[in-house]
Design a protein around this ligand. Structure first.
Ligand code: ATP
Length: 293
């Protein structure tokens, strides 16, 4: 028996090594085909925020040249207003947010903030001007308070307490034995998706950026949690220019403008009531979500 086991075991080892080598090769090729890393132009200027008006002009973008994702997209977000982006899964909603934060450079067209093209300003000044509330927030293995303070390292105790209150985290924190000193993250308390998103909102409040990108979590939240997030979000959005990537239409009925994306193209734009009257794709999505709610 052992005579058979050893060669088989050896063959298993060889097979695993070959698989690993192939995976490494695949990863390496993946790296080679990825777009170049974004960096500052030699003459890049600091972004000078006056009002935080945003404009996308005929933007085209694809992660790979053979597959366009955003096509001839134009829209503007007036300073202080809230624009929501909706559309089917894969329509390009999150890609828009990535382009505004300049994770990638666009293939053609222009994106402006207060008249300055994203590619002509420093990455650092651009990213200081934008706070992102992502779908899934990374929590460090430290206290909730430190996790929130991460939004602005020089925040005062008063600033952090204000952010906790505005993000509707106070009653959750007060319910914990160690309050805001409770450890969270992989080795600490597991917090729910809704609580995590409110921690991200508190961080964004502390960052005090004039522009907010809010990427709504796809996973369904219970209505209590959703209400708490909506309240926290509206506290964050007041006096800010905000771009909300929405999955549940019920959360963005108050948006100043709603953009409906289909396969990377803008197919409808307007306020909730206007789009319902228009009786197109948005109205169809609304009806569908009402039935499944
Ligand atoms: P969802 O509602 O499911 O979050 P979405 O509308 O936000 O979808 P995006 O995440 O913007 O869609 O993706 C748009 C398209 O781009 C999808 O077809 C997706 O597969 C593709 N895509 C997204 N990220 C990448 C990437 N890093 N590399 C290659 N393709 C990508």
């Amino acid at each position: 028996m052992i005579q058979l086991f050893l060669p088989l075991n050896f063959l298993g080892f060889v097979y695993r090594e070959i698989r690993r080598a192939l995976t490494d090769l695949e990863n390496m090729l993946g790296l080679l085909t990825r777009k170049p890393l974004i960096s500052d132009k030699a003459n890049a200027q600091q972004l000078n925020i006056q009002h935080a008006d945003i404009e996308f002009k005929n933007v085209n973008f694809g992660y790979h040249p053979s597959r366009p994702i955003i096509k001839q997209l134009s829209f503007s977000i007036k300073a202080g207003s809230k624009v929501a982006v909706v559309g089917a899964s894969g329509a390009g909603k999150s890609t828009l947010a990535r382009l505004l934060y300049r994770f990638y450079d666009i293939d053609s067209g222009e994106i402006h903030i207060d008249g300055q093209q994203l590619t002509s300003v420093t990455l650092n000044s651009l990213r200081q001007a934008i706070a992102i509330v992502p779908q899934d927030t990374v929590l460090f293995n430290t206290s909730i308070r430190d996790n929130i303070a991460y939004g602005r390292p020089d925040a005062t105790a008063q600033d952090i307490d204000n952010a906790i209150n505005m993000a509707h985290l106070r009653s959750f924190i007060d319910s914990l034995d160690k309050g805001d000193q409770t450890l969270v993250g992989e080795r600490g308390l597991k917090v729910s998706g809704g609580e995590k998103q409110r921690i991200a909102i508190a961080r964004a409040i502390l960052k005090r950026s004039p522009i907010i990108i809010f990427d709504e979590a796809t996973s369904a939240l219970d209505s209590h949690s959703e209400q708490a997030i909506l309240k926290a979000m509206s506290a964050l959005a007041s006096n800010h220019t905000s771009l909300v990537i929405a999955h549940r239409l019920s959360t963005i009925t108050d948006a100043d403008t709603i953009i409906v994306l289909k396969e990377g193209q803008l197919i409808e734009q307007g306020k909730h009531d206007e789009l319902l009257k228009f009786n197109g794709e948005y109205a169809r999505m609304w009806e569908l979500q009402q039935k499944t709610a």
